[in-house]
Design a protein around this ligand. Structure first.
Ligand code: NAD
Length: 361
């Protein structure tokens, strides 16, 4: 039976990269007996243009009755002057909320062929392969009370960081399960020397860890983690942390790889249902020109196969195909180093090269 996947290509380069990712998903899935039935829907600016809203209820319903969602990107200058409530980004926040996507997974891997793309020295970043697991629906971004009060000269503002043990436990379990698929090491990042919330995290993470005796656990203060990420990034396997620290550290980890066009992500709900998307935005400056790098979207479908279908081998075959294409010297424009003059390939061609490499495998 065909597995239903909702495609939300979105705006800018979203449709271009999603199309290449879809083709790779079909090819890699076929090799392990998976067949897909794609339903394409609108989100973000294109949905505003067609329906007057960035996210329709029908789209949420379609996602709920699917096995997984593949999203491109949303937004662009065309919609920048709209009121905040009907901006494209509202569609993204809306779908994350409606689907209860509490766990954000952001791998940061330095491929041998791209080791020079990092701002850090090659000998530091060579072999980096980590996964940041960020709690996405709680913590200080949502805590109550919040707000501002007072007049000029007497103004104050409040945000509250609050977590209950259920929220901490479920994200910690995601991290430990992911660690079992990797090098079996979890680093919990916190600020327990000053925050009560972090002290609860340490307690609950320790309790969950007892169910995973095969996975090693370390607790790390967020400030020293920020330093270690640039000093010794190879030491990290899975990092688990709350919303605020995760927001900052996942971007720091991403930048160690140096290439925005390469980074995939997954956001998971209870039960493992997932939405998969590249980390980059809609890149309006290159949209519609066949210049986008589809590899972040393509690596997002590798995560989809692994997470939603347990198809680890199919995911691995995509990652190996991507590495082979880069090892053979092919680059999209965003992957060129300053001063480098080699010929580049466009979005469609990059997708074809991955398909060819998959075929050869
Ligand atoms: P961006 O990620 O779209 O682009 C930043 C730079 O990286 C641009 O120069 C762009 O050309 C380049 N780039 C990004 N992805 C690329 C790819 N796959 N291949 C080649 N080059 C790539 O970020 P931005 O410019 O800050 O934002 C543009 C729009 O995207 C805004 O409307 C923003 O709100 C939106 N945005 C959406 C998401 C999302 O949908 N998840 C995330 C970030 C930004």
């Amino acid at each position: 039976m065909a597995e239903r996947i909702v495609l939300l290509p979105g705006d800018g380069i979203g449709p271009e990269v999603t199309e290449q990712a879809r083709r790779v998903l079909v090819a890699a899935g076929a090799k392990v007996g998976l067949e897909f039935d794609f339903v394409e829907e609108s989100i973000g600016g294109c949905s505003i243009d067609a329906y007057g809203t960035p996210l329709r209820d029908e789209v949420v319903e379609a996602c709920r009755s699917s096995r997984a969602v593949l999203l491109g990107a949303v937004g662009g200058p065309k919609w920048d002057d709209l009121p905040v409530d009907i901006r494209p980004e509202k569609g993204l926040l809306g779908i994350r909320k409606a689907l209860g996507l509490f766990a954000n997974l952001r791998p940061a891997t330095v491929l041998p062929a791209l080791v020079d793309a990092s701002a850090l020295r090659p000998e530091i970043v060579e072999g980096v392969d980590m996964l940041v697991v960020r709690e996405l629906t709680g913590g200080i971004y949502f805590g109550e009370p919040r707000g501002r009060s007072g007049e000029r000269g007497n103004r104050s503002a409040t945000n509250a960081m609050a977590y209950d043990e259920h929220e901490i436990e479920r994200i910690t379990r995601v991290a430990f399960e992911q660690a079992r698929l990797r090098r079996r090491h979890v680093t919990h990042v916190h600020k327990a020397n000053v925050l009560d919330v972090s002290q609860l995290w340490v307690e609950v993470v320790d309790e969950v860890a007892r169910d995973y005796p095969d996975v090693e656990l370390a607790h790390q203060l967020v400030d020293s983690c920020a330093m270690l990420l640039v000093q010794e990034p190879r030491r990290f396997d899975v990092i688990v942390t709350g919303n605020l620290f995760g927001d900052i550290l996942s971007d720091e980890a991403a930048m160690i790889t140096g290439s925005l066009g390469m980074l995939p992500s997954a956001s998971l709900a209870v039960g493992g249902f997932g939405l998969f998307e590249p980390v980059h935005g809609s890149a309006p400056d290159i949209a519609g020109k066949d210049l986008a790098n589809p590899l972040a979207a393509i690596q997002s479908v590798a995560m989809l196969l692994e997470t939603s279908f347990g198809a680890k081998e199919a995911a691995g075959s995509i990652r190996r195909a991507v590495a082979a294409v880069l090892d053979a010297g092919h680059r999209s424009g965003d992957l060129l180093l300053p001063g480098e003059t080699r010929e580049t390939v466009g979005c469609r061609r990059m997708g074809e090269l991955v398909l060819e490499a998959l075929d050869r495998a």
